[in-house]
Design a binder for this molecule. Structure first.
Ligand SMILES: [Zn+2]
Length: 204
């Protein structure tokens, strides 16, 4: 599997995932990184088929139009997303591309359309749900601290400790992590009741 984390003009990360035999590729969150993404797609001779957005915030979708115009890629987003998409995604759906499988985990809380992507059961792309050392804000439109609790504690933390974490922003002391490391060190993931978590997120 070809897998690359990209950060060019901001703290937003984009990801390119490709099957090395078919050269088919997917970009997760084009963000402000289109120029670098185009360079890599061309130099690696990849075929960009899909763009998946972890949620509809414009800092994550900023490069979509440019990538679509150059490569004709299809846009995928959670079915409740307000962004224009070609293919809707649902919780627990498995999206396959060659030997790559991407399981969609619906993780609302930061927004109503937030998803995380589990790639080959090994790499978790967490968008703005989970960062290295932090979790996503719940005080934007569509944010909900109860949903964030359920997403973090019932969907992400039960994953294997070895699952690698690839966030949507470079907010932490390092660009990637693992579920096990975050469980131990991330102050937002320390054991709390739902009530305590909601107070902690300042959204009683
Ligand atoms: Zn966001």
């Amino acid at each position: 599997m070809f897998f690359k984390q990209i950060q060019q003009h901001s703290d937003n990360f984009s990801y390119i995932i490709a099957d090395e035999s078919t050269k088919e590729a997917v970009v997760v969150d084009s963000s402000f990184n289109a120029e670098e993404i185009i360079k890599i797609i061309k130099s690696q001779k990849l075929k960009l088929k899909y763009i998946i957005n972890t949620h509809g915030h414009s800092d994550h979708t900023a490069g979509n139009a440019e990538l679509v115009s150059i490569f004709g890629a299809k846009i995928l987003a959670h079915k409740q997303s307000k962004i224009p998409y070609d293919i809707p995604l649902e919780d627990n759906e498995v999206f396959s591309m060659g030997r790559i499988s991407i399981k969609i985990l619906y993780t609302s809380g930061h927004t109503l359309d937030s998803i995380c992507l589990l790639v080959n059961n090994q790499k978790l792309l967490t968008g703005d749900t989970l960062f290295v050392g932090e979790c996503g804000r719940t005080d934007f439109v569509g944010g909900n601290s109860k949903s964030m609790y359920e997403s973090l504690f019932n969907k992400l933390l039960p994953l294997d400790d070895n699952v690698e974490v690839y966030p949507g922003h470079d907010y932490g002391p390092k660009p990637t992590s693992t579920i096990g490391y975050e469980k131990k060190t991330n102050y937002t993931l320390q054991p709390r009741s739902l009530k305590d978590f909601m107070e902690f997120m300042s959204q009683p």
